[in-house]
Design a protein around this ligand. Structure first.
Ligand code: NAP
Length: 469
């Protein structure tokens, strides 16, 4: 079903949602057609004046209730996430909790949409700046965090006074549908949240972006689609936020605490089977510790258990689909053919979506696996001769989402953090995502920030009022 104007709407055309582990069909979902997308846009536009006029604390109260309902439903939501996305159940539980933190955070922020007054240079004049909601928004989300990528947008949009039409990824619409159910239950007014699942992201995306009633598009997904969206938004000068792909370096300096670096590496690389935008793609090891760290990484990777996400003790579930397997086959095969050395694992054989973790040494900068976002459980290793070499290698990418490094030297921590070209830096930290912090990238990793007080900026416009008295 689609959720439009507070009602569940169905139609004959449907698409199947499959368990990534074995390809079994787990649901058949309404494939929203153009008329449904238009109806959702109209509903969001109609609901906007009343929603923006509601006092911030009232909007926040509903967001707070939504967070509570999400947490109360944790077991069901986590199980659903593991089924449609494949991630281990412990990670699915963590995602439900993480997703709810955005609702709770923005519940509070809805009370703090502050403006300002500015002293004027003209006598008898007052300058006031207020922040107003941009209007109905299109929210387009990926499959790798079906809840969190939606709530990170939804929380900010609703707190700011915007109404939304959301389009989840075709592989994982069930989590988004569950969130829409909860919105309905807690009494989010009709039209404020609309959800249009679809089998064809390009068609639905074009319809949303082509509408003059949609004033902003917030997109999380691949850089290639982000570029298309940015171009399409030019005609109508729509506001656009883009949370795009990464190619994160993970630098281990000679003075690092190797236990901490190893723990951080496993989280940064293998969470969600490496299918996170903040995944460590490129390990850069300073020469003095390179051999020791490599041995320890390979031993730790060998102990990881792969399998069905719902099975006990599984660390890595399947990758999302056959295209993801094919991409890994290509990237790893190409690297090995060009001289990279397999220290653990083997190129996927294509018979299963469960891909055992792979460690590749001797990677060079001309290999596609160094340049492209891997989005799978493959760690690539290179050695750096010194700090300057490590920084140069870390910045050797078009992406700029996150960079990690491990060092115990305080001066180096400050120096290197400033020189890394990324929107986020983890120092002795392999997990940077949290509702309190501004998440987002530079360069080809996007524009705009989600989470933190800055997360509201993308959903508000400044209005300056000059008043003569
Ligand atoms: P994707 O293929 O770009 O799809 C993302 C969303 O866009 C889906 O809902 C998709 O719908 C839709 N879409 C596809 N083509 C479109 C078009 N022409 N116009 C409008 N919408 C369109 O990305 P993905 O494979 O789902 O997600 C993985 C990517 O997301 C990775 O690159 C990852 O790094 C990035 N990501 C970034 C962040 C971040 O915060 N920076 C977070 C998570 C993921 P369909 O599913 O129907 O195709």
């Amino acid at each position: 079903m689609a959720y439009i104007d507070g009602r569940w709407v169905d139609q004959a055309r449907r698409f199947e949602v499959r368990d990534p582990f074995d390809g079994a069909v787990i649901a058949s979902v309404t494939d929203s057609d153009d008329a449904m997308v238009d109806a959702a846009i109209d509903a969001a536009a109609r609901a906007f004046p009343a929603w923006r006029s509601r006092p911030g604390p009232e909007r926040g109260a509903l967001l707070g209730q939504l967070a509570v309902r999400m947490l109360a439903d944790e077991p069901r939501l986590a199980e659903l996430c593991t089924r449609e996305n494949g991630k281990p159940i412990a990670e699915a539980i963590a995602e439900v909790r993480y997703a709810a933190t955005f609702l709770a955070w923005f519940a509070g922020e809805s009370e703090r949409i502050y403006g300002e007054t500015i002293p004027s240079s003209h006598p008898g004049q007052r300058i006031t700046v207020v922040r107003e909601p941009v209007g109905p928004c299109a929210l387009i989300t990926p499959w790798n965090f079906p809840y969190a990528m939606l709530t990170r947008k939804l929380g900010a949009a609703l707190a700011a006074g915007c109404t939304v039409v959301a389009k989840p990824a075709a592989q994982t619409p069930l989590g988004a549908l569950a969130i829409a159910e909860l919105c309905h239950e807690v009494g989010v007014p009709p039209g404020v949240v609309n959800l249009v699942p679809s089998a064809d992201g390009a068609r639905t995306g074009d319809r949303l972006i082509g509408s003059r009633q949609i004033r902003k598009v917030s997109f999380t997904g691949s850089t290639a689609v982000g570029q298309l969206i940015l171009r399409s938004c030019a005609d109508d000068i729509k506001r656009v936020s883009l949370e795009l792909g990464g190619n994160a370096p993970f630098v281990v300096f000679g003075d690092a605490d190797l236990d901490a670096a190893l723990r951080g590496a496993l989280v940064a690389k293998f969470r969600n089977s490496g299918q996170t935008c903040v995944a460590a793609n490129r390990f850069i090891l300073e020469a003095p510790i390179a051999e020791t760290f490599t041995h320890r990484l390979v031993a730790a990777v060998a102990a990881l258990k792969v399998g069905r996400g719902s099975d006990a003790g599984v660390n890595l579930g399947p990758v999302i689909d056959d295209a993801a397997v094919a991409k890994l086959q290509k990237l790893v095969g190409d690297a090995v053919q060009r001289g990279a050395k397999l220290l653990h694992g083997a190129p996927p054989d294509g018979r299963s979506r469960v891909v055992a973790p792979i460690v590749l040494a001797g990677v060079t900068r001309d290999m596609a696996i160094w340049r492209e976002e891997i989005f799978g459980p493959v760690a690539t290793l290179r050695t750096a001769s010194d700090e300057a070499d490590a920084i140069a290698q870390a910045n050797d990418t078009d992406a700029g989402l996150v960079a990690y490094f491990y060092s115990r030297d305080g001066a180096r921590q400050n120096r290197v953090a400033e020189l890394l070209e990324a929107g986020m830096v983890g120092i002795n930290e392999g997990l940077v995502s949290t509702a309190q912090a501004p998440f987002g990238g530079i360069k080809h990793s996007g524009q705009g920030r989600e989470g933190s007080r800055h997360g509201l900026d993308d959903y508000t416009s400044l209005k300056y009022i000059a008043q003569r008295f």
